[in-house]
Design a protein around this ligand. Structure first.
Ligand SMILES: *[C@@H]1O[C@H](CO)[C@@H](O)[C@H](O)[C@H]1NC(C)=O
Length: 329
């Protein structure tokens, strides 16, 4: 029942996921006509097999959380852009090896490894993006293993040559220091940490969700281990108060979490699970840990699917920010 409600909510909220695009192709957006379907309808999740042949009619938008080999052989000369969206556990990284690649460069034939995800022209993680995240090839396979910096990566391909294609092996490696994390579905518990470093780490789930803070230690634990850690409780609106370490909780209308709408930015030391969950009715739910580098920050969060009946009284409904002002405490 829960799952049913969740899928319903996704269908309600996701009206904007309607295509893929390869930015480097120089021909503007290359869309697949997937408009009108929900993420989960379109993203068929691969079950178990460690050896899979892509069915061009079913799997143009393929989402997989499995390891194993994946083959693609083009059924036609049509320049269709498709994608293999790979996701692993939060504390893992995706590794892809091209076992062979036989894609003529003529007519725009191309296979691109993307260290991250791209949907509707938005990339994730946008604030950590650089040119190294995209490796394109045709004719010759990338000789090295390609390792993502996080638990989600993407192969985009366009093979306008019948019978041509490629084969990859997907592996999931351990990631001892996950920073940007994508959650599969919207159920789970995860701890975001900065490991004492400066910068932003974030967690995104491609669905509306309820978010509950189970444990908070942000802007408190000085690196030199003071024994005197006072429970401040959860402090609201920390960014407005001028603090440099805080956790933004909110949502976004696409994968680009730098454009997120923030419901609240919290900080403090709070080990009690006293807060009620925040209901975030956005296409994507985002939590961002912002760290000055002066503290060892961590925040443990529980995510749950947002029930359809919770949407109307959600704390944040994206695209309506004027109506969602948080009163100052
Ligand atoms: C981290 O997030 C804050 C928004 O709260 C933003 O102002 C800042 O530019 C981000 N830092 C980086 C390195 O992206």
């Amino acid at each position: 029942m829960k799952l049913f409600l969740y899928v319903g909510a996704v269908m309600l909220m996701c009206d904007a996921i309607n295509g893929l695009f390869l930015p480097e192709l120089g021909r503007g957006r290359q869309r697949i006509s997937t408009r009108g379907l929900s993420w989960y309808q379109r993203g068929r999740r691969v079950e178990r097999p460690t050896h899979r042949v892509i069915d061009p009619n079913e799997d143009c938008f393929l989402m997989t959380s499995d390891e194993g080999e994946i083959f693609f052989k083009s059924p036609s000369d049509e320049p269709v852009v498709c994608g293999i969206y790979m996701i692993a556990d939060p504390d893992q990284r995706i590794q892809v090896t091209f076992n062979y690649l036989d894609v003529p460069c003529e007519n725009g034939g191309l296979v691109a490894w993307v260290d991250g995800w791209e949907l509707n022209g938005q990339v994730w993680p946008a604030d950590a993006w650089d040119d190294d995240r995209v490796v394109e090839s045709c004719d010759r396979r990338p000789p090295h293993k390609l390792v993502a910096r996080q638990n989600a990566a993407l192969i985009q391909y366009r093979v306008p040559a019948r019978g041509k294609g490629f084969a990859i092996t997907v592996r999931h490696l351990k990631n001892p220091r996950p920073c940007n994390v994508m959650m599969f579905g919207s159920e789970g518990i995860f701890t975001l940490r900065n490991h004492g470093a400066t910068g932003n780490c974030s967690l995104i789930t491609i669905a509306p969700a309820s978010v509950r803070i189970l444990d908070l230690n942000v802007g408190q634990a000085v690196k030199t281990h003071s024994l005197l850690d006072l429970e401040t409780g959860t402090i609201s609106q920390c960014k407005k108060r001028g603090l440099r370490d805080y956790v933004d909780i909110g949502g976004a209308g696409g994968l680009d979490h730098t454009k997120m709408e923030v419901y609240d930015s919290v900080c403090g030391l709070d080990s009690k699970e006293a807060r009620r969950p925040l209901l975030i009715a956005c296409e994507d739910t985002v939590v961002r840990l912002v760290s000055s580098g002066r503290f060892h920050n961590s925040v443990t969060l529980a995510f749950n699917p947002l029930a359809a009946e919770d949407i109307e009284h959600a704390d944040l409904i994206c695209g309506m920010d004027a109506m969602n002002e948080v009163p100052d405490i």
